[in-house]
Design a protein around this ligand. Structure first.
Ligand code: AGP
Length: 628
């Protein structure tokens, strides 16, 4: 998704914007640009490709102004070249845009009729034309924006500047995130918190259909009718060192190693250590607006959560990509303990298939970024049906987090690598706690079971640390593994979603064909794929489905497949069946997913690294897909 940074202040806007865009690189992009005030004009510089190309063009330049806007573009309309790069300028008006203007064809036809000339193939450029044309009737930039907003259909976050009022930036959004950081006599407005925290930790989150009128020393918020909106700034905790690589070659490897801590941070707030029991904190059901959850009375909040959960008769888990696979694990966990029927859907399907949402349903939406457009749309659809909603996000105050009724946090820390890792295991840990909580609410969870479960979860980070040792193993094996024509990942039961996640990691990092399958499905087709150039990765821990999974492995082996097996404990039988046998610490079925995903992440990382790919920013992908 596109990255946006704007700056008003005494520092060099060129530097602030460039560094800000660098922190957003992980979002994925194919061109970049900035417009900086220089005298009375906004001087625009753009470049195809990476930010280094842009910097090479302006490094030696100096600008006299104290205002600028910048952008990294992830192409939606128009090929990724310099002409389509943002900012887009029409005479005295310059804008940057993240999102999609869905009615751009009609707008373009209308503008062409009135003589507008276009210099790009983008939908974004039209916004600059509309604002400029509006200002020709004598309106200022802010008034013109109010006139233009009702014309726009789609998802957008936009910054606009004008040479007629060069000391201000107007920001407005409906969909993709936009935040305003207020510093000492300076303002930073950006699509992500990372670009803001080096200058200030006092942040305003723009809501949909709000407009910010930003000057160097002040910011005013209005709704799209121009009515003033009172907003309270947040003091965010993020700081710069969290966003650094910490000596790892890639953020993704750092984040793989952070997983034990991420799981510990995810569960810690919700566990009563003395009684070894679950006690969700800060869920916030029933509070009519988004207050500071940390100020909630913990016992009252927990009782409200239990009461809400006791009414639940059906659960819908909705997410995309890796978050969806985490939801699939959640289904196994919740149904096993509580008997509540659970349905898991990809958000892009769920939002359009007119799902039947019975009364007393709960929707759980999972999203690391909290901004995934399909997941947000699915949440909004279900809220209209009156069902209760609960979000599991890593970015607090993100759109999905703010719009759900109840809230849980992955607490994984900033996840920069496009390929999600620590957010995934944190979500798995939270689904364990949710399953226990539903069990308690329904009165079907034995105390002894709960205590054992909690003990196992508390012990999981130490077991995960041991599994990280496979990093070295795959560093060596990566060279051979990259030669295979394809990979089949398989598992049964709660290990099946892990097979799907492992396949996704290899796809998105190594750009290799990889498929996740339920192991029991092999003889219904995939067996035909097996030969000695097909690697078969089998999740085969010693759980209740071990024998069945093992026989699937024998089927693959008998047909010449190269077997990589992920087992547990001492398992000579499995080892003798495999070219690569990785043994995980013995653990209960509900902890296995936290352990077995790690070798799959490391396999994908090392194969991609051996292939010379940019592991943090895989081609064609974005960290947060804020458009459909
Ligand atoms: C996972 O590695 C991918 N980056 C992608 O599938 C991601 O999980 C998906 O886009 C959902 O993102 P979210 O969790 O931020 O909603």
């Amino acid at each position: 998704m596109c990255g946006i940074v704007g700056y008003l202040g005494e520092k060099d806007p060129k530097e602030v914007i460039y560094k800000g865009l660098k922190t957003l690189e992980y979002r994925g992009y194919d061109s970049a640009g900035m417009a900086i005030l220089d005298g009375e004009h906004f001087r625009r510089v753009r470049a195809q490709g990476k930010l280094n190309n842009l910097w090479a063009k302006i490094e030696k330049d100096s600008f006299s102004g104290s205002v600028g806007i910048g952008h990294t573009r992830w192409a939606t309309h128009g090929i990724p070249n310099e002409a389509n790069a943002h900012p887009h300028a029409v005479e005295t008006v310059t804008i940057v845009h993240n999102g999609i203007i869905e009615n751009y064809q009609e707008l373009k036809a209308e503008l062409a009729k009135t003589g507008s000339k276009f210099s790009s193939d983008t939908d974004s450029e039209l916004v600059a034309h509309l604002i400029y044309n509006q200002m020709q009737s004598g309106q200022g930039l802010l008034e013109a924006v109010f006139e233009v907003i009702p014309r726009l259909i789609g998802a957008y976050s936009i910054l606009a500047v004008s040479e007629d009022s060069p000391d201000e930036v107007v920001a407005f959004k409906n969909g993709p995130p936009l935040l305003v950081g207020m510093g000492e006599n300076e303002m930073v407005v950006a699509s992500d918190i990372q670009a803001i925290v080096p200058y200030t930790q006092t942040v305003f989150y723009l809501e949909d259909n709000e407009v910010a009128h930003i000057k160097q020393d002040s910011v005013k918020f209005m709704d799209t009718a121009g009515v003033a909106v009172k907003k309270v700034p947040e003091e965010v905790e993020w700081n710069q060192e969290q966003v650094e690589k910490g000596g790892y070659p890639y953020f993704m490897l750092k984040e793989i190693y952070e997983q034990p801590r991420a799981v510990a941070q995810a569960i810690e707030p919700h566990i009563d250590l003395k009684n070894k029991s679950v006690r969700l904190a800060g869920v916030g059901f029933g509070i009519d607006k988004y207050e500071d959850l940390s100020k909630l009375d913990r016992d009252a909040d927990w009782q409200k959560t239990l009461s809400a959960f006791s009414q639940v008769e059906r659960i819908f888990i909705v997410a995309c990509g890796t978050s969806y696979y985490a939801g699939m694990v959640g289904e196994y966990l919740i149904e096993r303990i509580t008997g509540i029927p659970v349905e898991v859907d990809v958000a892009s399907e769920f939002r359009y298939r007119h799902p039947v949402i019975p009364k007393n349903s709960l929707m759980i939406v999972v999203s690391q970024s909290g901004e995934t457009a399909d997941t947000l749309a699915a949440l909004r659809n279900v809220k209209k049906s009156g069902a209760m909603t609960l979000s599991i996000c890593n970015v607090s105050r993100s759109s999905i987090d703010r719009e759900a009724d109840g809230h849980l946090y992955m607490n994984a820390g900033v996840e920069v690598g496009v390929a999600s890792t620590k957010a995934f295991v944190s979500t798995l840990a939270l689904f364990n706690l949710l399953a226990l909580s539903f069990g308690k609410a329904k009165g079907c969870l034995e105390t002894a079971t709960e205590q054992q479960w909690i003990e196992d979860l508390l012990g999981a980070p130490a077991q995960m640390e041991k599994v990280l040792a496979y990093d070295k193993y795959f560093d060596e094996a990566g060279n051979d593994l990259k030669e295979y024509k394809g990979f089949l990942y398989m598992g049964r039961g709660v290990n099946y979603p892990i097979a799907l996640e492992g396949a996704l990691k290899l796809k998105e990092l190594a750009y290799m064909h990889a498929e996740g399958y339920a192991a029991g499905e092999m003889k219904h087709g995939p067996l035909a794929l097996i030969d000695n150039k097909m690697a078969v990765v089998m999740m085969c821990p010693q759980d209740e489905l071990y024998e069945k999974t093992f026989s699937n492995l024998e089927e693959a082996r008998a047909r010449g497949g190269m077997v990589i097996s992920i087992g547990s404990g001492v398992d000579e039988k499995l080892k003798n069946m495999s070219e690569h046998y990785l043994s995980l610490p013995e653990s209960r079925w509900y902890v296995n997913p936290l352990l077995e995903v790690i070798p799959l992440q490391l396999l994908a990382y090392h194969v991609a690294h051996r292939l010379g790919h940019d592991v943090d920013q895989p081609r064609n992908l974005a960290k947060s897909v804020t458009v459909e």
